[in-house]
Design a protein around this ligand. Structure first.
Ligand SMILES: *Cc1c(COP(=O)(O)O)cnc(C)c1O
Length: 426
């Protein structure tokens, strides 16, 4: 082997995996077991005390999941990762390491509808308070910082309109505030954007979407960039203070630049319990092998579909950062030069009724609540994913009544355009 560093497509196929040492199996086996036999009593004790790494019980770690963790950490340029049962579970586990009751975190207003619900309602019952900021106005993040702020949360490409967030500008706010920047990179995937290269300290994903890529398995992952110093100011006691559950060890002192990933595993996943099934890890790993091919085709198709819609008389506007006329096009050129993603919105001159009508007439597009599938998908956010928001909040989050969201798949673009044409014209 030469000493050149492997490229992205090579890592997507190989990172973390090797032929199975006992059988020679080339694809990563599904280690469908709850538990793992200890060598002897000392080995068992050292695993439980975090003095040695190894498998104990699948709620804490599993060899199939470990390959997935290593692969995504490599693709994102992080030090370590932790796979969990869903994207939402990843968000809970991350914030549990950072937040005490009464603490705050700042989140960009343009987010996946489920995240808006989780942050507003579920987290309130933990005493975690979300403060909203406008990703198009960086000073709104600055103004929202208080002594109780523990993190800032943004999406790299934001749901539902596919707008591009200025990660570097927001990372200067987090540096100044002394808090970590968490980036949900679900809609971009590391093929388009690697947030750690732009100042993110923690990356989260719904693996359910582009990384798994086939609409068949839920999963989530947390990637530790290894960049944040958790010891400053006693702000993050889970990482800097002695842990009573582990004989008083301090995680940052013991695990250095992957302490956050360890905390998520041994304090978050172990105690909250949202473990990823090894079967799902296998499905998602298989999906990741073709991530670069799928993502490029989906971006190219999305651009062609967006251009078609922009020229259609029934369409009022198209929000796709890959269009030269789009307000996020400059940011797209900077952060996502290979393509501006495959999820975007457009609005219809006929308003809410026209949106509902279009969705019912489309045949090739599936009407459902997911994105990042090989299949093309459509949804009317105002009546579904964002229906819990009031009208003003819908508009602010990019899900006004006349807006339709598409997630473009890997089909032939001519067929996608023909389906839209018949549905718009009819
Ligand atoms: C789907 C999604 C989530 C939640 O992920 P689940 O796997 O459904 O729990 C979070 N963020 C974004 C951007 C998503 O698209």
């Amino acid at each position: 082997m030469s000493d050149r560093l492997p490229g992205f497509s090579t890592l997507a196929v190989h990172a973390g995996a090797q032929p199975d040492p006992t059988t020679g199996a080339r694809a990563t086996p599904i280690y469908q077991t709850t538990s793992f036999v200890f060598n002897d009593a000392d080995h068992a004790a050292s695993l439980f005390g975090l003095q040695a790494f190894g498998n104990i019980y699948t709620r804490i770690g599993n060899p199939t999941n470990a390959v997935l963790e290593e692969r995504v950490a490599a693709l994102e340029g992080g030090t370590a990762a932790l796979a969990v049962a869903s994207g939402h579970a990843a968000q809970v586990v991350v914030l549990q390491q950072l937040m005490q009751p009464g603490d705050e975190f700042i989140a960009a207003r343009k987010l996946y509808g489920g995240s808006i619900n989780q942050f507003t309602h579920a987290f309130k019952s933990f005493g975690w308070n979300v403060v909203w900021a406008d990703p198009d106005d960086i000073s709104s993040f600055e103004r929202a910082v208080t002594p109780r702020t523990k993190a800032i949360f943004i999406e790299s490409i934001a749901n539902p309109a596919g707008s591009i967030t200025d990660i570097e500008a927001i990372s200067t706010v987090t540096r100044k505030a002394g808090v970590p920047l968490i980036v949900d990179n679900t809609l971009a995937s590391p093929y388009l954007i690697r947030p750690i290269d732009h100042g993110a300290d923690i990356v989260v994903h719904s693996l359910t979407k582009f990384l798994g890529g086939h609409g068949n398995s839920l999963g989530g992952i947390i990637v530790d960039a290894g960049t944040f110093d958790w010891s400053t100011g006693g702000k993050y006691p889970m990482l800097s203070e002695p842990r009573p559950e582990y004989h008083g060890i301090r995680l940052q002192e013991t695990f250095g630049n992957f302490a956050f990933a360890i905390a998520c595993r041994v304090l978050g996943l172990r105690d909250l319990g949202p473990a990823l099934s090894p079967f799902n890890a296998f499905m998602i790993l298989t999906g990741i092998e073709t991530l670069p091919l799928r993502m490029q085709k989906q971006c190219d198709n999305a651009k062609a579909v967006a251009e078609f819609l922009a020229g259609h008389p029934a369409v009022a506007s198209v929000s796709y950062a890959g269009l030269a006329s789009d307000k996020y096009n400059q940011l797209a050129r900077k952060y996502a030069p290979k393509g501006a993603g495959a999820v975007f919105t457009f609005s219809l001159k006929g308003g809410y009724d026209a949106g509902v009508n279009l969705v019912s007439k489309l045949q090739l597009f599936s009407h459902l609540a997911n994105v990042g599938d090989t299949r093309s998908l459509v949804i009317h956010p105002a009546s579904t994913t964002h229906s819990q928001l009031d009208d003003a909040a819908k508009i602010k989050s990019g899900a006004g009544p006349d807006v339709v969201r598409l997630s473009i798949g890997i089909e032939d673009k001519e067929d996608l355009i023909a389906d839209l044409e018949q549905a718009l014209g009819a």
